[in-house]
Design a binder for this molecule. Structure first.
Ligand SMILES: *[C@@H]1O[C@H](CO)[C@@H](O)[C@H](O)[C@H]1NC(C)=O
Ligand SMILES: *[C@@H]1O[C@H](CO)[C@@H](O)[C@H](O)[C@H]1NC(C)=O
Ligand SMILES: *[C@@H]1O[C@H](CO)[C@@H](O)[C@H](O)[C@H]1NC(C)=O
Ligand SMILES: *[C@@H]1O[C@H](CO)[C@@H](O)[C@H](O)[C@H]1NC(C)=O
Ligand SMILES: *[C@@H]1O[C@H](CO)[C@@H](O)[C@H](O)[C@H]1NC(C)=O
Ligand SMILES: *[C@@H]1O[C@H](CO)[C@@H](O)[C@H](O)[C@H]1NC(C)=O
Ligand SMILES: *[C@@H]1O[C@H](CO)[C@@H](O)[C@H](O)[C@H]1NC(C)=O
Ligand SMILES: *[C@@H]1O[C@H](CO)[C@@H](O)[C@H](O)[C@H]1NC(C)=O
Ligand SMILES: [Zn+2]
Ligand SMILES: [Zn+2]
Length: 580
């Protein structure tokens, strides 16, 4: 090569690197490994709708429009054209315009053009691209289809131009064989080098390869091609059940092709949702929480199945004293067995709160403008960080948040729980703020004072909180054996003064079934006893942010519950006039 050509050659090299780099990428051992694909010119690999992803099953939202696929000629044994080693994968090219995919919640008909594979290595290092709850399967097969009538170029710029069906591949139980997969993988010995091609003469169909995978169970999300240029044009379908292939046949992929670890790492969801077809049973427990260390933080609660959390009568709220309208119908409550010292059954650490479940059918509440008799089911607590001045009530009053809040949950006696959750007044919750008892500013040497100044308030709370050390583990519970009543815990709070509004449960599913009563006067509890809730339960800040009032009104009991003398005279006067 003449020396003068050298600069040109180098230049050309750089040029290729920048503009035609889609052929100059790899999974390992070159400049453009997956973490550098985004710097490939013209690529979308750094975009925010990338594939593959980790499918978090508990977070998948069931979508009833994801019904059955219609797969045309998937059972035809005459559609496989050839098998190619592309240098990145093994690809099976199909006869044109024979195989089609529709249904499955797709908006169009898609023509299937090829399928290919992703794998790890023969040393049992798995190589699927998608993962499920962090689990990577040994292999993954991708069946690629273009929106009917579009060219590859057109499809890659259409946000739903390409439909890929993804199938996980798992090992069969030992001893099981598969003639289909044996036949199919026997072609790999003919394509050991990059660019080699072999015609497929066996009569194998796509359906033969898929086997008995349940095609009604799948996940759906909008993503991208998983190789450069990572075009964000793919409607992804990932089937839940894996195809079963004997291990020794799977090993032929890395062994024959000498391609290893041919899968892209999972990409961020960036706020995308993964949907599940209705045939996938909902995950047993959907992880919601109050912070962002779980799948569903409060701003995502509305995505949970059956959730009402984005409705217009949500709780808690900020109560503005001046906007609360007096309502004379808000009279005193009638409490049944609130003073009974043997109504508490057990106390449980739910992982979200500490809840005291009451014995069935004993405790009731009525009056207070409720209009129905309600059965009292349980009470529980909301709290803050547990530091000295922490606050953690759910409701706020003129934006003031109290240290804690106690909720006594009641259900209309004439309804079942299921009915009550659907009725606008099926549930009644009595909310009590909790604040530190006076003279218990802890810090300084005041601790000796606790015994001395402990009044009737302190003892029941001491009794109640003494159970907390037995339920440090989430889901653990402890039977209540000591004598303690709900009245003991509420103490001498003036229960004739309260706010009233229509709201919801403050935890998922946030059913808008609650008539709320928020008492104005807080319960006083020793600060050190309050701290035991976060410290024993092991979690903090268990309260939902306040919700928008929308068009609702907050009512309040009249300023003075007994009519003043002037009022009496007026009433009397009215009565007289009426009588005459
Ligand atoms: C979907 O397929 C399943 C199993 O093949 C079948 O039982 C069901 O009836 C189908 N549903 C619809 C809506 O076609
Ligand atoms: C299915 O395949 C047959 C031939 O194998 C072909 O005649 C037919 O057109 C195909 N169906 C569709 C919808 O393409
Ligand atoms: C179907 O079309 C709707 C409306 O354009 C779009 O929001 C949705 O993402 C599309 N779904 C699929 C699977 O392409
Ligand atoms: C995959 O195969 C292994 C070994 O046969 C088995 O233990 C595992 O349960 C399978 N996983 C799934 C999800 O089918
Ligand atoms: C594949 O390779 C084997 C072994 O080299 C050879 O016998 C066979 O003819 C080849 N098949 C095709 C279709 O090329
Ligand atoms: C494939 O099918 C064709 C016609 O259906 C038949 O002639 C041929 O023998 C079959 N090939 C094999 C390998 O079974
Ligand atoms: C909490 O769980 C651990 C282990 O899971 C157990 O050893 C311990 O006894 C449990 N504690 C309580 C109070 O249940
Ligand atoms: C609650 O809603 C009902 C109608 O659904 C209404 O009659 C009632 O006055 C409301 N109560 C409050 C306190 O807003
Ligand atoms: Zn692929
Ligand atoms: Zn609550």
């Amino acid at each position: 090569m003449p020396l003068s050509f050298l600069p040109l050659f180098l230049c050309w090299g750089v040029f290729v690197d920048v503009s035609d780099a889609s052929s100059d990428w790899c999974y390992t051992g070159c400049a453009h490994t997956p973490s550098h694909w985004s710097s490939i010119s013209g690529s979308s690999c750094g975009g925010d709708r990338q594939s593959p992803i980790d499918i978090v099953t508990s977070r998948a939202v069931t979508d009833s429009s994801l019904h059955n696929f219609t797969l045309v000629n998937f059972s035809s044994s005459h559609v496989f054209k050839s098998l190619t080693n592309t240098g990145h994968t093994v690809k099976c090219i199909l006869e044109e315009n024979e195989v089609e995919v529709t249904g499955g919640g797709l908006n169009a008909t898609y023509s299937t053009i090829q399928f290919h594979f992703h794998w790890g290595d023969a040393d049992h290092h798995p190589g699927s691209e998608h993962t499920v709850d962090g689990h990577r399967y040994p292999m993954e097969m991708h069946i690629v289809s273009l929106k009917k009538g579009l060219s590859v170029e057109q499809a890659t710029v259409d946000p739903e131009g390409i439909a890929v069906l993804g199938f996980f591949i798992n090992a069969t139980d030992d001893g099981e064989t598969s003639q289909t997969w044996d036949d199919f993988t026997s072609y790999l010995m003919n394509i050991t080098t990059k660019g080699s091609v072999v015609d497929v003469s066996h009569n194998i169909s796509i359906a033969d390869l898929i086997g008995d995978v349940d095609l009604t169970k799948f996940y759906r999300y909008m993503g991208s091609l998983t190789t450069p240029n990572c075009n964000e044009a793919v409607v992804w379908t990932v089937f839940q059940e894996p195809i079963k292939v004997p291990k020794n046949l799977m090993e032929r992929f890395p062994e024959q092709t000498e391609l290893f670890h041919v899968y892209r790492p999972t990409q961020h969801l960036n706020g995308r949702h993964v949907f599940a077809s209705p045939a996938i049973p909902p995950a047993p427990s959907h992880a919601w929480c109050y912070d962002d260390h779980c799948d569903y933080s409060p701003e995502h609660w509305h995505l949970l199945p059956e959730s009402h959390c984005d409705g217009e009568r949500q709780s808690p709220i900020n109560i503005k004293k001046d906007d609360a309208m007096e309502d004379k119908l808000l009279d005193d409550f009638t409490y049944t067995k609130f003073d009974d010292k043997h109504t508490m059954k057990y106390i449980i650490n739910t992982g979200h709160t500490v809840k005291c479940v009451l014995k069935d059918g004993m405790v009731e509440v009525s009056g207070g403008g409720l209009g129905y008799v309600y059965s009292t089911l349980q009470f529980h607590f909301h709290w803050g960080s547990g530091s000295d001045d922490s606050v953690g009530s759910e409701h706020t009053v003129d934006s003031k948040r109290y240290p804690m809040e106690m909720h006594i949950v009641n259900m209309r006696k004439d309804l079942t729980l299921e009915q009550a959750k659907e009725a606008p007044n099926g549930l009644a919750v009595l909310g009590f703020f909790i604040e530190p008892a006076d003279g218990h500013k802890s810090g300084g040497g005041g601790s000796e004072h606790h015994e001395e100044s402990s009044t009737s308030h302190t003892d029941p709370w001491k009794t109640f909180t003494s159970y907390l050390s037995a339920i440090k583990n989430i889901s653990s519970q402890v039977e209540v054996t000591e004598d303690i009543s709900i009245d003991d815990l509420i103490g001498d709070v003036d229960r004739s003064m309260y706010y009233r509004y229509n709201g919801s449960l403050t935890t998922p599913s946030c059913n808008e079934a609650v008539v709320w009563t928020v008492f104005k006067e807080p319960i006083k509890v020793d600060k050190d006893l309050m701290k035991m809730f976060p410290h024993r339960a092991g979690y903090h800040n268990v309260y939902r942010p306040t919700q928008s009032l929308h068009s609702r009104k907050v009512y309040t009991t009249a300023a003075s519950s007994a009519p003043g003398p002037m009022m009496l005279i007026l009433l009397l006067a009215c009565f007289c006039v009426f009588a005459i």
